[in-house]
Write a protein that binds this ligand. Structure first.
Ligand SMILES: NCCCC[C@H](NC(=O)[C@@H](N)CCCCN)C(=O)O
Length: 451
């Protein structure tokens, strides 16, 4: 996941270079960026969940890593001199001229990569849920997410430097090639893991649960999930919360520039503390959840912080343009970005049957991907509508789009409260620790002995 999150953002700091070298306009870049979620939104993620529940972690993990490598290679080819300027490029560039041929082919590669990346996300989640059942599951998921945030931080620092690594003219090919090689290393590591895992199964005689009848999955389970109220509460909380987080990461730099009158570099330096805060806090918060519980309360607190931060960006920062205020708000938003993911993902196995856990994760991701695909477009439209006639990109008024993010936070808070109320009534265990305490284990053992 570390290498996958690196590849996702490898071109984000190179937007200007792509425009100069390959003629990608901001619209072409936006279309390329949205392509990551396209095939997932149009149903791939649902299929991915079914494959995971039917075929198991080893097969799906290898397939998802292969898709990531395949997509990455297509994207690398699209931006390389092997493709740019060829007859194929000429033909691809000849229609829908707003998208150069290289952007179209790179978007296709990114779509395939996006399928693999989200498929890997659900595979990793299901694997962790099974391996750490009754143990430090939230800590394990927290470490996985912290690695992903480190990947984002690393690539934002490395990518601009790698583009200059060969001396001479800066190149977009070098950073993309570097991250493609990392993905290939990730695929090889996963294949080695599957061989070792299979060997261990054979030696111990214990199945990994990949094909056990206890885990047998039926297609009707997917329909059942869609009819589950609990599923929809979690999925809607997830899409609303993440829709105010990942798109903010993309637009945040310019929002800070406009409000504070600072350069893109200074704004990016402020914004990079956002994933860093989440990186440092997600594992310890996961550990607290494992030990002491309070998952639903963490979701409420995280949503409240999200609302507060976006209200500050919308209303206070334009009136008080202080870099310290911006930094403090970004750090608090980082706390929220640790609280909600640390509590949300480990809560899913508590309320969903493990037989169709892969499908549950994939359907939650699917709903979330619809938001991640659509919200940046909505955000761009709200920004444009609120700034009619403004041509200087340093002069945008971000009040309305940031209020929209705060609104998503309010809706997420309502779903988090609803979840807590349901948990109090129906005892799903969302507020309970993941690690069964000694007394709880003893009580359960005594109960089963009596039976
Ligand atoms: N074990 C937890 C996995 C989910 C982590 C979560 N990622 C997502 O929700 C992805 N579906 C979307 C990633 C989008 C990146 N471009 C996270 O908090 O990162």
């Amino acid at each position: 996941m570390f290498f996958a999150y690196m590849f996702v953002d490898v071109m984000s700091p190179l937007q200007e270079l792509l425009e100069v070298r390959l003629g990608w306009s901001p619209t072409a870049f936006g279309n390329y960026a949205g392509a990551e979620y396209m095939l997932n939104v149009f149903g791939f993620l649902i299929v991915a969940g079914i494959i995971l529940d039917k075929m198991g972690v080893r097969f799906t993990g290898t397939l998802s890593a292969s898709l990531m490598v395949g997509g990455a290679v297509i994207k690398l080819y699209a931006i390389s001199p092997l493709f740019v300027g060829t007859a194929f490029d000429g033909w691809l560039s000849s229609w829908w001229t707003a998208m150069p041929g290289s952007a179209k082919l790179a978007a296709l590669g990114f779509m395939i990569f996006g399928c693999g990346c989200e498929m890997a996300g659900i595979t990793v989640s299901k694997a962790i849920a099974r391996w750490f059942d009754g143990k430090e599951m939230a800590l394990a998921m927290g470490c996985e997410m912290a690695l992903a945030r480190l990947g984002v931080f690393a690539v934002f620092s490395l990518s601009p430097r790698l583009s200059q690594a060969l001396g001479g003219d800066p190149s977009v090919v070098v950073p993309v090639a570097f991250c493609t090689v990392l993905l290939l290393i990730g695929l090889i590591c996963f294949i080695v893991f599957t061989v070792m895992d299979r060997t261990l199964d054979r030696q111990t005689g214990v199945g990994s649960g990949e094909t056990s009848s206890e885990e047998e999955f039926k297609l009707s389970d997917v329909g059942g999930l869609f009819r589950s109220r609990l599923f929809w509460i979690i999925a809607l909380l997830c899409v609303l919360y993440y829709s105010a987080i990942f798109p903010f990461q993309r637009f945040g730099t310019n929002m800070l520039q406009c409000n504070l009158g600072i350069s893109a570099e200074t704004a990016a330096d402020l914004l990079r503390w956002f994933p860093i805060g989440a990186l440092m806090l997600t594992p310890p918060l996961g550990y607290c959840l494992d030990k002491f519980g309070r998952g639903a309360t963490m979701l409420i607190l995280g949503s409240l912080l999200l609302i507060g931060c976006h209200l500050v960006f919308a209303l206070l920062l334009p009136a008080v343009p202080s870099q310290i205020l911006a930094l403090v708000t970004i750090l608090v938003l980082g706390v929220s970005f640790a609280l909600v993911p640390a509590a949300l993902w480990p809560s899913v196995p508590k309320v969903m049957d493990k037989r169709y856990l892969g499908s549950a994760y994939s359907l939650i991701f699917w709903v979330q991907n619809i938001g991640l695909f659509g919200v940046p477009i909505l955000f761009g439209n709200v920004l444009a509508a609120s700034n009619a006639g403004v041509t200087d990109p340093m002069e945008y008024d971000y009040t309305n789009p940031m209020l929209m993010f705060a609104g998503f936070g309010v809706l997420a808070l309502i779903f988090a409260l609803w979840l807590k109320i349901l948990d109090t009534r129906k005892h799903y265990g969302l507020e309970a620790p993941n690690i069964a305490s000694d007394t709880a284990v003893e009580a359960a053992e005594a109960e089963s002995a009596e039976e």
